[in-house]
Design a protein around this ligand. Structure first.
Ligand SMILES: [Fe+2]
Length: 232
């Protein structure tokens, strides 16, 4: 039986990640779930992974699941129904557009550009605007100075499988925090997107946790600035 220390990687006080495999067009890019223990008690789960019995046990060691949030209507909603069933008292929050996509789920609220007072002591948030179809919610975990994002940047490093590294190298995305080319070309309102990046850069983060790829442990703010150089 796996313990929480084996399943969840502790990044900092009150902050863990959990990885599950995910293939995208035949390339293993993996997927990262984030667990935040709020200072008022209770857990916020970001981009929930499949709730296996082991994961459920590991989470129970950390605290009560209170909130379950996705990054966007595309990233991090796949297993929300399992959390609704396992934690009937936890609130499921939708990202913009997800409430229309997942009509099977009865959401308790909609995430926007400002944090809920129930987690604002620990987390700030902003909506990334200006993209054609995606308003991703970006979170800043203040106590650990960590930016938590979904798809706006990938971070493929030596930890990734060979084929993934090869594709990332071809795309010029290897070993650096990078905006995926498909996201970049589907920004329709550059001024709004620029504002979104500037709001993120207003946070004093050092670490970045991406939805796909390795954690960037330090220098995160400069790396985000460089990744969005084309926009700024
Ligand atoms: Fe994603």
């Amino acid at each position: 039986m796996a313990t929480s220390e084996e399943l969840l990687e502790r990044l900092d006080t009150g902050l863990w990640t959990y990885r599950e495999p995910l293939r995208f067009f035949g390339v293993e890019i993996g997927r990262v779930m984030v667990v935040v223990r709020l200072s008022g008690g209770g857990l916020l789960i970001h981009s929930p992974a499949e709730l296996t019995p082991d994961l459920r046990r590991a989470l129970a060691e950390l605290g009560d699941v209170r909130f379950v949030v996705p990054a966007s209507k595309l990233h991090g909603h796949l297993y929300m129904e399992q959390y609704r069933e396992a934690y009937p008292r936890a609130e499921l929050l939708a990202a913009p557009g997800l409430d229309h996509r997942r009509t099977d789920l009865d959401f308790d609220g909609l995430l926007g550009g400002a944090p809920d007072p129930r987690w604002s002591a620990d987390l700030d948030q902003t909506a990334f605007l200006g993209h054609r179809w995606l308003s991703e919610i970006e979170f800043y975990h203040r106590p650990s100075r960590t930016l938590i994002i979904g798809d706006i940047c990938y971070h493929v490093t030596a930890e990734a499988p060979f084929a993934t590294r090869a594709v990332a190298r071809l795309a010029g995305m290897y070993d650096r925090l990078s905006v995926p080319p498909d996201f970049r070309i589907t920004v329709v309102n550059e001024a709004a997107a620029r504002q979104s990046v500037r709001r993120m850069l207003g946070w004093e983060f050092d670490r970045v946790v991406v939805g796909h790829g390795s954690v960037l442990e330090s220098g995160g703010r400069e790396a985000v600035r460089e990744a969005f150089d084309w926009l700024l």
